[in-house]
Design a protein around this ligand. Structure first.
Ligand SMILES: *Cc1c(COP(=O)(O)O)cnc(C)c1O
Length: 239
């Protein structure tokens, strides 16, 4: 049996590759957080991951978070929503998610804020930015992000913006992928210079199983890894 045959082996390998990428980029190992993406995998897979020390999981549907959180209640797990969120699901996200990384439009911010006020909660959020021209990808256009951050800072105090998130283009050309990550970092640097009160932009969530090393070289602070830890997904993953 090779290490790739077990989740423990795959996880150890990913952690090593993250550390190596940090070293190559001249960044301290430990600069980059791993977000294991458990979407489509069942609670047994999550239990296996928990036994390996993981407690924070990325999911792309509020419904799946609800079911898994109920099945694994009382164990201190954190559920991070990374998939497209419909406005009519804002209540579920406000109730069940620890964090939302896919905030990409004003009407969703408003709906989340309203629901969070009802729940008496606040929520850490990342603004999802579209850095590729693929029509299938969600995210706010970069030019709209400055005004969006100011809107959140003034109107929606339950939303705590911690950074930005993106998905790179699906391309065999690493330079095209890298350009997406670089665009997110450069946008972050420009936004930081604006010093919007209450908004911190320390986090850049970028990089997945197929491209996380490029993302780390371009400044990612959080990589979202599904298949490289949990194995191939057996049913489709609508974004
Ligand atoms: C599914 C998903 C991931 C993880 O993708 P893998 O290729 O399985 O690592 C990361 N980010 C988002 C937004 C996703 O939907």
């Amino acid at each position: 049996m090779t290490t790739e045959d077990t989740m423990a082996g795959r996880l150890a390998q990913i952690q090593q590759r993250i550390a190596d990428a940090c070293t190559r980029a001249g960044r301290p190992p430990g600069d980059v957080v791993l977000l294991p993406v458990s979407k489509t995998f069942d609670v047994d897979a999550i239990r296996e991951a928990m036994a390996l020390g993981l407690s924070r999981f990325g999911e792309n549907k509020t419904q799946e978070i609800r079911q898994k959180a109920a099945a694994l209640a009382g164990q201190g797990l954190q559920w991070v929503l990374i998939g497209h969120l419909q406005t009519n699901k804002a209540r579920d996200a406000a109730r069940d998610a620890t964090e939302v990384q896919s905030l990409d439009r004003p009407d969703l911010a408003e709906a989340l804020h309203r629901r969070l006020q009802n729940e008496g909660r606040t929520l850490d959020v990342l603004v999802q930015v579209k850095t590729s021209s693929e029509p299938s990808k969600f995210g706010m256009a970069a030019e709209h992000v400055p005004a969006f951050l100011r809107l959140i800072a003034t109107e929606y105090p339950t939303l705590h913006v911690k950074g930005l998130m993106t998905l790179a283009v699906n391309s065999p050309d690493p330079e095209q992928v890298r350009a997406c990550f670089r665009a997110l970092r450069e946008l972050r640097d420009r936004l930081r210079a604006e010093n919007i009160p209450g908004i911190t932009l320390d986090r850049l969530s970028m990089g997945m199983s197929g491209d996380f090393e490029l993302a780390i070289e371009e400044g990612s602070t959080e990589v979202r890894i599904g298949t490289a830890i949990f194995g191939a997904r057996t049913y489709p993953d609508p974004q």
